[in-house]
Design a protein around this ligand. Structure first.
Ligand SMILES: *Cc1c(COP(=O)(O)O)cnc(C)c1O
Length: 377
């Protein structure tokens, strides 16, 4: 008989801590009735800006909308290419393709899983040679760790490209002492419930220091409105964050720093226990991750057996990402750096994500590490 399954992400444990406060906050919104663009939305934007040091925060309906709003503002559409990794969640490239632009896939680094600056530089040259008109780059801070911003920003500056940072998995993380939200032209995040800072539904935000961009984003999220809602100065979307979600997020933001510390302690403990039997994730020098996922690398052929052994021990696992975007039906026709993405393909075969959330007990972690070590030894 197999053991009962522990949760992969334990949202119930967080509810036990702040569930009452969240319910009071939600009831307050239900009673005041400003369900759209209520005071909590603006308070959240203010607190998020203070948290990361960005000048402007424009909340919106999802992490995908956040990407789309910035791309719309930059005029991405047919005849424009945007470079992005293939080893990411579909939304990164989807936002480009949905607007008619061309996602150009770039390889990642084997240790951090983030965009490989060398592959990026090569891809820019290739895109130019193919007359694809590269206009910008979307970096992804995968599994909670910032991409290599010194290198990526330098390439963007040299090549005249804007940089959009997809921090859907990494809000709260920092790079060389600077919080995500302050790099590139803009940074986006997601408040999907399973992300490190998750709502009780969909939500997202854009962070930028650019006054003009912030104003355009605020217009785009309400149908391209001008001076009032019956003045339409551009084509936009219905992209607002619900007031109820903002109220939930305000309560969660209050404990977010504490949760990030807990995630980091858990990640260190995992690394200690797993070092001998697998390749634990590498945090680059000067980076702090928020550990949206704890993703190890295994030897070829080990993954399926380990998944089954852990399942038997009551430990759920997930594979992010088994099929990279450049091999997906919807995206395989788009160009990629050097014709193939070797590291991306290799990682897709080797990675496995283990349970990770701030409330993972030492006891549960010992069970996970013990079961993995027993199987892999
Ligand atoms: C989750 C995610 C998104 C999309 O966020 P949604 O809020 O679900 O739209 C975009 N990019 C990455 C890398 C993600 O992990």
């Amino acid at each position: 008989m197999s053991a009962p399954m522990m949760p992969f992400i334990d949202l119930a444990a967080q509810r036990a801590r702040i569930g009452d406060q969240i319910e009071v906050a939600v009831r307050r919104v239900v009673r005041h009735g400003a369900y759209i663009m209520g005071p909590e939305v603006f308070e959240l934007e203010k607190q998020l800006a203070a948290f990361c040091g960005a000048k402007h925060v424009v909340s919106c309906a999802s992490g995908t909308d956040a990407l789309t709003l910035v791309l719309l503002a930059r005029g991405v559409g047919p005849g424009v290419a945007v470079l992005c990794p293939s080893f990411t969640f579909a939304a990164t490239a989807e936002a480009v393709a949905l607007l008619g632009g061309t996602p150009f896939f770039v390889d990642v680094l084997p240790d951090t899983f983030n965009m490989d600056p060398e592959s990026l530089a090569a891809a820019v040259a290739e895109a130019r040679a193919q007359k694809l008109n590269p206009a910008g780059v979307i970096s992804v801070d995968l599994f909670g760790q910032p991409a290599d911003y010194d290198a990526i920003e330098a390439i963007c500056a040299r090549e005249g490209l804007w940089l959009l940072c997809d921090a859907a998995q990494a809000f709260g993380a920092s790079y060389r002492g600077r919080q995500l939200g302050t790099f590139g032209l803009a940074t986006t995040t997601s408040f999907f419930p399973a992300k490190p800072l998750g709502a009780y539904g969909d939500g997202g935000a854009v962070f930028t220091d650019d006054d003009e961009l912030a104003e355009v984003l605020r217009s785009l999220r309400v149908h391209g409105q001008g001076v009032d809602k019956y003045d339409n100065v551009r084509i936009g979307v219905t992209g607002r964050l619900d007031t109820i979600q903002a109220a939930v997020l305000l309560e969660k933001l209050a404990i977010f720093s504490d949760e990030i510390s807990a995630r980091n302690a858990i990640a260190s403990r995992y690394a200690q226990g797993l070092r001998e039997v697998a390749i634990p994730p590498v945090v680059a020098e000067g980076c702090e991750s928020v550990w949206a996922q704890y993703t190890i690398r295994l030897k070829p052929g080990q993954r399926d057996g380990l998944v089954a052994a852990l399942k038997e021990a009551g430990v759920p696992t997930a594979c992010y990402y088994p099929v990279p975007l450049h091999r997906q039906t919807a995206y395989r026709a788009y160009p990629r750096a050097g014709g193939e993405l070797k590291t991306t393909d290799q990682l897709a075969r080797e990675v496995l994500s283990l349970p990770m959330h701030p409330y993972l007990t030492a006891e549960a972690q010992d069970r996970i590490v013990g079961a993995a070590a027993r199987h892999l030894r």
